[in-house]
Design a protein around this ligand. Structure first.
Ligand code: NAI
Length: 702
């Protein structure tokens, strides 16, 4: 059992001890109930203190039990809380560090609560697409008032104990002690003081009303609905609290349970739980154990002060790590540093960054034109032009000057990292660090593992990614790595659908309705259609067998590169970003369709979404099979953090699972027959066929 029991004089102490955060897994729940039974049975015990060992009172549900039947096995959390409430003797919660989710709900079942200042208190269930399910929506309003409780439950955000203790009339905490050191003494003292109090005070017996009930809840529900968009849970939080103000406690509790169970079965909740687990799993590399030694990264150098070099540098400056940028000319350096400055100054102006902090951050930045000045850096990241010849020159220089053990990284988005590594005598120190633009904003960092990259280099760059607050996903070497290799199939499908008769605006609208922030054509106009044009020329030059719609080439031949030229797939009014359907593009497409002679038809929005998404899924299955990605959930994280895939759908792989892989295969077979499409591409990847045959899916979640 992961809770232990001891008796101190006439006070029994039950201590949760389930590291790291005293998750309320089955063995902890059993331990609590066992402790209560012992205390109830011992005549020498007059009262009970319940606390947590180590770093938390309790962080709530045990994530190790996530999705397993153990999470609900008796005694479940509701029964444990009931056992606490029904104890024969007063139970005092001694709360420190963290009391979240089920942890807070457990504390609310205790008769008294003493808290250490600085404790973080939250009901974060909404972040997993749920409402609190063990009385949180019923008990919290009774101790801090309806409005404060709704705000905590709907946001899921943590509050400091002192802030909650300052709420007038609050009954959440009986006592706040200034430091965790004095907590147990204070809790034991209170336990002794209240030993004879009867009847025992119960939160469930406190009143639960809002003076302007109906008006308040109506207003709040409307506001929450507007903000929650595609997520059902936040509004359900309001519903559960409101019901509690109108029902008897037991009824309110049953209602909360029903809502909780219904939400548990929604795709949105499955998506959020999947993301919760997927996010934590990204840092795990199957053959690089977590205790692999890491190299010390104190100083960073960046080669190239362009779009990417500047953004990459900012990540390290923000983390307090000194950066030296190397360029070819002073002018390029001045321009690059100017952009960084401007970025920070905008934040200062908006009040998001203090002037002193800005100055301290800029003081960490230095520039140079000489390789000799960067030779001591622990990590150097190259972000020069995307040409193998230029990369070769740079890596040969780096190999010549960098100290032994320095990590040499490339931000290349399309070139072969193994080839780049081969320009050096130390390919084991070379790795790809593929940032996304704008690099100081985008969460995603693809770590490209070369065939020679050393394990300690991998362990180090994963830790560096964490330090600069990125979602760091490992990819093997291939053209486009995980993200761009999949997006290529998405773009090809968008093109084929143009050929078959859909308009750019119909395609954009359909996928935006699905939840993408921007459809492929608006995206192209924003990023610059010439970039894709250059990539196609390079990629397809010696691959005449690759089919794609030439409409994008026709567009570029008209000079319509996108917003930067004032025209792309859409027209733009001068200085405006609002896309206006373009008659010129419509005419160009009509001519192009006539030239290729593909029969025209109306394509449904459903088909548009499925062709775009399933094309990525099929490519992703090949990526998994080739070992380029080690798990499906990593692919989802790439798309959620780097490509604007809708969060409430959990990523492309989770979405395919949600649709059912059998149905995905059926759709692929239909798409293979489309006249403009690449029929061969739609052969379901062997991995998908195998999963369907075995009745399995990508993410293992039902
Ligand atoms: P950019 O053209 O804005 O900047 C490149 C900079 O490198 C220029 O300032 C140039 O003066 C400098 N440079 C060129 N050769 C050099 C040399 N031998 N020594 C020192 N400096 C040199 O290019 P951008 O967009 O920043 O791209 C850089 C790299 O990042 C490329 O490999 C690109 O594929 C990759 N990348 C670009 C993304 C983007 O969205 N722009 C996204 C992810 C990766």
């Amino acid at each position: 059992m992961t809770a232990h029991y001891e008796v101190r004089g006439d006070v029994a102490v039950i201590t949760l001890d389930n590291p790291p955060v005293n998750g309320l897994g089955l063995s902890t729940r059993l331990g609590i109930v066992d402790g209560l039974e012992k205390a109830n049975a011992d005549a020498a015990v007059k009262s009970i203190v319940l606390t947590g060992a180590g770093k938390a009172f309790s962080g709530g549900a045990d994530i190790k039990e996530f999705g397993s039947p153990k999470a609900y096995q008796d005694p479940n959390l509701l029964s444990v809380i009931r056992a606490v409430e029904n104890a024969d003797k007063p139970v005092v919660a001694a709360i420190h560090s963290v009391a979240m989710g089920g942890g807070l709900e457990l504390a609310l079942g205790c008769h008294y609560r003493v808290v250490a200042a600085g404790t973080k208190v939250a009901l974060p269930e909404v972040k997993l697409g749920l409402i609190p399910g063990a009385g949180g929506t019923q008990r919290l309003p009774r101790v801090i008032g309806v409005e404060a409780a709704v705000s905590m439950i709907v946001s899921g955000e943590a509050m400091n104990a002192e802030m909650l203790a300052a709420i007038p009339g609050q009954k959440l905490f009986d006592e706040v002690v200034m430091s965790a050191d004095g907590l147990m003494d204070a809790a034991v003292k209170l336990a002794q003081k209240v030993a004879d109090v009867r009847p025992l005070p119960l939160v469930s017996k406190l009143p639960n009303k809002h003076p302007q009930g109906d008006a308040y809840f109506q207003f709040t529900r409307n506001m929450v609905k507007g903000m929650a968009k595609n997520f059902p849970a936040p509004v359900k939080c309001v519903d559960a609290v409101e019901a509690g103000t109108k029902m008897k406690f037991e009824q309110g509790l049953a209602n909360e349970r029903e809502i909780f169970i219904n939400l548990m079965m929604t795709p949105e909740c499955r998506a959020l739980r999947h993301i919760f687990v997927a996010d934590r799993a990204t840092s795990k590399i199957p053959d690089v154990p977590s205790d692999t030694p890491k190299r010390d990264i104190q100083k960073v150098a960046v080669i190239g002060a362009g779009t990417m070099g500047g953004g990459i540098s900012m990540n390290f400056l923000n983390a307090g790590i000194p950066v030296t940028i190397l360029e070819m000319t002073q002018e390029a350096l001045d321009r690059g540093v100017g952009v960084i400055r401007k970025n920070y100054e905008a934040r200062v102006k908006k009040g998001k960054l203090k002037q002193e902090k800005y100055e301290a951050t800029m003081a960490l930045l230095s520039t140079t034109l000489a390789y000799d000045d960067i030779k001591d850096a622990d990590l150097v990241i190259e972000a020069v032009f995307e040409e193998m010849g230029v990369k070769e020159k740079v890596f040969k220089q780096l190999d010549a000057v960098m100290k032994p053990g320095a990590i040499l990284a490339s931000n290349t988005s399309t070139l072969d990292v193994d080839k780049i590594a081969s320009f050096t005598q130390r390919p084991h120190d070379v790795v790809g660090l593929h940032f996304f633009s704008p690099a100081n904003v985008m969460k995603l960092l693809e770590v490209v593992r070369g065939k020679a990259t050393a394990k300690d280099v991998m362990a180090t760059v994963m830790a560096v990614g964490k330090k600069i607050k990125k979602t760091t996903v490992v990819s093997g070497v291939c053209d486009g790595f995980i993200g761009n290799r999949m997006i290529e199939q998405y773009s090809r499908q968008a093109g084929f659908m143009l050929d078959e008769g859909a308009s750019p605006e119909q395609i954009d609208k359909a996928i935006e309705k699905f939840g993408f922030a921007m459809g492929p054509f608006r995206m192209g106009d924003l990023a610059g259609n010439d970039i894709g044009w250059a990539i196609r020329k390079r990629r397809y030059v010696d691959k005449p067998e690759v089919r794609y719609s030439a409409s994008a080439d026709r567009l570029c031949e008209l000079g319509r590169f996108g917003q930067k030229t004032g025209a792309g797939w859409y027209d733009y009014a001068p200085g405006q970003r609002k896309p206006i359907p373009s008659p010129v593009v419509a005419e160009m497409l009509e001519k192009h369709r006539a030239d290729i002679g593909v029969p025209q038809r109306k394509i449904s929005d459903e088909e548009i979404v499925q062709r775009l998404v399933f094309a990525m899924v099929n490519e992703a299955a090949h990526i998994l099979e080739e070992g380029i990605a080690s798990k499906a959930s990593d692919i989802d994280m790439v798309y959620l953090t780097g490509y604007g895939f809708p969060i409430f759908r959990g990523g492309p792989m989770r979405y395919a699972d949600e649709m059912g892989l059998f149905n995905v295969v059926q759709a692929m077979k239909r798409f293979a027959k489309n006249p403009a499409d690449d029929g061969a591409f739609w052969t379901p990847a062997p991995l998908i066929q195998r999963l369907v045959a075995e009745g399995k899916n990508f993410t293992g979640q039902l």
